[in-house]
Design a binder for this molecule. Sequence first.
Ligand SMILES: Cc1cc2nc3c(=O)[nH]c(=O)nc-3n(C[C@H](O)[C@H](O)[C@H](O)COP(=O)(O)O)c2cc1C
Length: 371
Amino acid sequence: MSALFSPYQLAGITLENRIVVSPMCQYSALDGSATDWHVMHLGQMALSGAGLLILEASGVEARGRITPACLGLYSDDNERALERVLKAVRPYNRAKLGIQLAHAGRKASTDVPWRGNKPLTSSAAGGWETVAPSALPFADGWTMPKPLDRAEMDKIIAAFVQATERCLRLGLDLIELHGAHGYLISEFLSPLANKRTDEYGGSLENRMRFPLEIARAVRAAWPSERALGVRLNGTDFMPGGIVVEETAMVATALKALGIDYVCVSGGGNSPKQEIPVKAHYQVPFAAEVKRLSGLATMAVGMIAEPKAADGIVTKNEADLVALARGFLDDPRWAWHAAEALGDDLKVVVQYERARPKLWPGAKLVRPELHP
Ligand SMILES: Cc1cc2nc3c(=O)[nH]c(=O)nc-3n(C[C@H](O)[C@H](O)[C@H](O)COP(=O)(O)O)c2cc1C
């Protein structure tokens, strides 16, 4: 059995393999509530063969959504809508199910990507007031955020806890806190967005204080046998931004709070970032965070080739490998990876007749996928 298809234990849950469907916003919710699109999308991802499927960034407050069409988990209606979607998907799903809980901070109140991701700076345009560590907009023309005071920070912690309780009722296996990509938690961690002069800004110890308060509160509300992870930026890809040694220190502090893994991503804190995009470009950050903190890591970013993905696990650079766009393009990526690596992957009975091993010598479709 390849390393990629070996099982993995995270807290009390056993993943069938190391492959993860990375959280992906679908911008298809109504007032934060999941729709039939989510049945379609998650239905496909549930058949993908991945060991873990993490649902998209879900706002713990309405104002913490990136766009008006983002998923939320801040109301009873949101919870009921997600319950309906999960009920439809679960009978056919083999993956463990997780969700990413998020607050978009100063990058909230923007339009959906297919309308240009533009900031919605007025209520007439469908926007709302945003919050952040400091009164500093993401870029020129973006909404000026309101800096959070202590009472508002407490409310946000309470919103994360309430969303966690909803995840528990929904029977989810895993929560990932979104601490990357320049959203609220990442804004506190990054010197680019956090210019506070109180005990929540300045030194790394201060910048990580609020993120750790959130993680501690969520861990207390989420049973220890269910997995809890945090997505962090290994780097902001910007001079003056967070660097990997700091991220490793954050991971070490999270580990002490009982967090089970970190997913190491990057960027999103500055429009001036320069990302050297190439295959596996963020894997070295995951490896470094794993080495320095001893915490389990998930690697993400331009991982597409099965043998190379297996190499990440074999070389102990990360414990888990997440793909986003790869699964949109090829929702059976894990089936094809299993063939490439000589592994046996159980698939839904309805689709078994398309398995190449039943048709030796015949090329059904896309020969490059069936070596
Ligand atoms: C459509 C789409 C939606 C995304 N939404 C999220 C999200 O909700 N949360 C998150 O942390 N990252 C999100 N991302 C980033 C991916 O999870 C992933 O980190 C990134 O795309 C790099 O991986 P890839 O090269 O395999 O696509 C999204 C990416 C895409 C393509």
